[in-house]
Every structure is written in C-alpha cells, then in structure tokens.
Design a protein around this ligand. Sequence first.
Ligand code: ATP
Length: 451
Amino acid sequence: MTEETPTRVDMEKIVSLCRRRGFIFPSSEIYGGLSSCWDYGPLGVELKRNVKEAWWRAMVQERDDMVGLDTSILMHPQTWAASGHLEGFADPLVECKDCHLRWRSDELEGDRCPSCGGELTEPRMFNLMFKTFMGPVEDEASVVYLRPETAQGMFVNFQNVLNTTRKRLPFGIAQIGKSFRNEITTGNFIFRSREFEQMEIEFFVKPGTDSEWFNYWLEQRLNWYVKLGIKRENLRLREHGKEELSHYSRRTVDINYLFPMGWSELEGVANRGDFDLVQHAKYSGKSLEYFDDETKEHFLPYIIEPSAGVDRSVLAVLCDAYDEEADKEEIRVLLHLHPSLAPFKVAVLPLSRRENLVKFAKEIYADLRQCWVVSYDDAQSIGRRYRRQDEIGTPFCVTIDFQSLEDKQVTIRERDSMNQIRVPRAELQKTLEAKLEGERFDTQPLWTTKG
Ligand code: ATP
C-alpha cells in the first residue's frame, strides 16, 4: 500500500460524487449511519447490477463449462466446522488501554496505538463470523452463522450439481451473493465493509492439471477487468508467500488494484487443492468423489477459486473512470464508464419545454427505453444537463431542438470527446446501438462541434 502514481484519485472525491449523485449512501443515515455498512442509491444499484451482470454473462452464460447457483446465506453449522472457519477464521485483535480503539495487530507497524500512541493489550483471536440464532430458543444448539463467503454453498452442492447437470471435469460452479464479516478495522468506503457481495467461482479439475488451470483463470480474470475498461497499469498481480497462504491454499495470487489508499486486493485466485471436498466428506459422512468414466478412477477433484468482491469492483470501476477536465472557467467532472456499466446508456434532452418539442422528445424517450435504461432531463440549460450526464457516466445524450421538428433529425453527443453528430430520427436507435457496441464516434459525422 505504498506506491504513488500521479493519476490516483482522492477517495473524498469519489465518496462525494457517490453521495451527491445518488450512487452510494451511508446505511441508516437518518440515525447517524451504521459503521461500515452502505446503501446503493438509484444510480449505484444500476452500476452494481451491471457489474454483476457482466460477470455472470462472461463467467456463466457464455461458457459451456460453468453453471450457476444461488445458495442460502444461513447454512448448517457443521459447514463452518468442516471449512475451518469456526476455528481459524479469526484476526488478532488488540485494544488501546487509553483510548480503547481496537486494531488488527497484524496490520500495525509499531506496538503502540496508531491513534493516541497508548499502550496496547495482548492480541486475542477474534472470530469474524456473525452469529445468530435459528428458531425461538437462543441457546448454543440453535446458533447459526451468516456466511463469511459464498464458496461453501458451492462445495456442499458439488454432488447435486454433478447429479443434475451431467457436467464432467473440468467444470465450474459460480455464484454471486452477500457475505458478512465482523471486520475489526473497516473503512476506505465500500472497500472493506461488514456486509458485502462476492462473485465466486469454484472450478473443479483433475489433480495434476491444477497448475495449468490456475494460470488460465488468473489470466481470464485479469482480462475481464481490462475488458470492462479498467486500465491495465492500475492492475497488478501479487503472489502470496508460503507463510501467508491460507490453511486451504496451495497457491494464491491476488489481483490488486491501485485504489486511492494504495495497491489493495480486488480479487484472490486460489488453488484450494482437495481441501474442501476432503473436509466436507469427512464431516458429512458422504462420498464427494468423482468417477472418471474414461480411466475408471474415483478421486476428489482439485479446486481453483477466483473470488472477487462486487463492491470492490464497483469502487475500482468508479476510481478508474473518474476524471476532471478544465472547461473554460469550470471543471468538467466525468466518469469514463464502459457503456455496459453506465447506469444510463442514453439521456434524452429536449432543448426547451415547448409542447411540440416535448411531445417529439417523449416519443423518442419511450422508444429508446425499450432497448436501454434511459434518462430524460429537461431542467436547466443544455450545457448543465450535459455536465450532469457526464458526471454520472452516461455515454450518449440525444438532443432534440427546433430544427428536429422540421428535418426529423436529432443530435447525438458523445461523453468523452463531446463530439456531436446529427442523425435522422429513423436511424437513431441503430446508430446508438452501434456506438454503444464500440463503433468509433467520429465515423462520417454530418457535422461536429463541441458542447
Ligand atoms: P482482505 O485481505 O482485504 O481482508 P481477504 O483476502 O480476506 O481480503 P477473501 O477472503 O479472499 O478476502 O475474499 C475474496 C474477495 O471478497 C476479496 O478479494 C474482496 O474483493 C472481497 N471481500 C472480502 N472481504 C471484504 C470486505 N470486508 N468488504 C468488501 N469486500 C470484501
């Protein structure tokens, strides 16, 4: 977390934009907020859905060797005994004897309180799982946990998937869902929260082919971020040393992003070997072996796990897209969001609120909404409206002016270049479709200005 580059954006700017424009609010804000829990607002929920959809499409729907699941957050408590979470999912907690702030001792540089310099207590291991009770009686027998990862839901369903889908190795199971961790230190906005969403893959392979598949998935996952528009130079791989490997892992490489606070984990790719299937077979008493029809062997597959955070991906996307440009006396704030992620793909802007103009604009709005999430804005000057759309990353604005009523042509204005082209109303949808798919904006413009 130490490297500096001049392009790194301030976290305050991201937080402020998110709040101002309705991407992300503190949870239960009217009560003063709840520490490290966040609510996604009207634009945030669209952005987050788009991130998840991009992942689901690329990782599940476009592949032959992957199926999806949506498993329960509450699981049989034995799951967590088998997985090692009950015993090992803990961080060393220290408390300052003076100001009583709590810290993770493995994250501290010295042996004093970073806030007041006070003396710290001896570390004690603090389990990160949230506990609750199932049913009306609150006793030890009814304790259940909010899952701290989505992975276990996929391991315990391995045989169900095998039996119902007839998938053969190598194949994967994918899931997106909420996870909960009672983190000791939180902060950095949505980077580390106590309730968050994960996008995880458990990819089952024949032992001996695991190293190859590990490299394959690392590359796939890195490319996925780049395809979504994240700059390659802001992504880095970090190999875990032997001493820091989790108990289940044979190899782990983190995909790190240059967040405002420095290089930090966006996703972890782990080779979990057969640890999970061995454990669940042992604790459940069920065989989780795979039968290879060709070699007639029974064995436990190895698992490669690319595990990504939805919220950290959203934060990385926002940080990477954020830009400020000098624009006359003002600063133009814009999000260079990939069109597939932008909350609105198109904004329809009638130049004035004159009745016949509004009627024409509303017709266009209704048509375009059949295809995309579209915004309609008729408040204030056109310049201001363009800026509002730039700030939330809308790739294209369609402007309807008085000339449009006569020649049935409208203006499309592109966010990044601010170039404008004029197209016949009848061609509008087709043109936007091509531009949203990445066709160059400056191909044969009828006329081009800045605005
Ligand atoms: P860290 O070292 O930052 O605590 P981790 O190594 O414990 O993360 P994993 O258990 O590998 O994280 O979880 C997989 C992914 O889930 C992470 O790469 C991250 O994107 C996401 N994630 C984990 N914990 C949190 C959290 N508290 N808030 C938001 N996202 C999280």
